[in-house]
Design a protein around this ligand. Structure first.
Ligand code: S3P
Length: 174
């Protein structure tokens, strides 16, 4: 397992990455950052505005740059965006610089959590409610190729932060 100074929380939109990241950081006594908020600070506008004014490719470029500058941090838990691991060499970068934790949920669980959140999530903007479960199923199946490379996979619903903390502290990664 790589140096344990950085932990990246990865997973689909709506899987609770920020909440889990904050709780894990607090349990470890580490700092916490949310990559989406850092991107917004860097760009000086919200993520929906970056997508609508500058396009997704521009968002992915900023996302990768902000991720890589965060790679210098120590003792920090970083919650990433749902698409972060799946673009460019971001997943390799995270695997090389920290411990990656995949917060796994089923499409049905994600659909329940994502209903009504299209205002803050540009990728869901044109997905009608009745298409949401199928959209999630397809996109998750595609993205799991990256998510499954994580050092650890944990159930996002029954997440036990103390157990996760002890696994990370033991450095076993199993
Ligand atoms: C995205 C997920 C979002 C945000 C952006 C793109 C994605 O973050 O980075 O809207 O590609 O899945 P959350 O996973 O925190 O919603």
């Amino acid at each position: 397992m790589p140096e344990k100074n950085l932990i990246y929380i990865i997973g689909f939109m709506g899987s609770g990455k920020s909440t889990a990241g904050k709780r894990l950081a607090s349990a470890l006594g580490w700092s916490f950052i949310d990559l989406d908020r850092k991107i917004e600070e860097f760009a000086g506008k919200t993520i929906p505005l970056i997508f609508s004014q500058d396009g997704e490719d521009h968002f992915r470029k900023i996302e990768s740059d902000v991720l890589k500058s965060s790679g210098q941090l120590v003792k920090t838990v970083i919650s990433t965006g749902g698409g972060t691991p799946c673009h460019g060499d971001n997943m390799d970068f995270m695997l090389n610089t920290g411990v990656t934790v995949y917060l796994k949920m089923t499409p049905a669980q994600l659909a329940g959590r994502l209903l009504g959140s299209s205002g803050e999530r540009p990728l869901l903007r044109n997905v009608p409610d009745e298409r949401l479960p199928a959209f999630i199923e397809e996109k998750l199946a595609y993205r799991e190729k990256w998510y499954c490379r994580a050092n650890l996979t944990v159930d996002g619903i029954s997440l036990n932060i103390d157990l996760l903390k002890s696994i990370i502290n033991s450095g076993s990664g199993n």
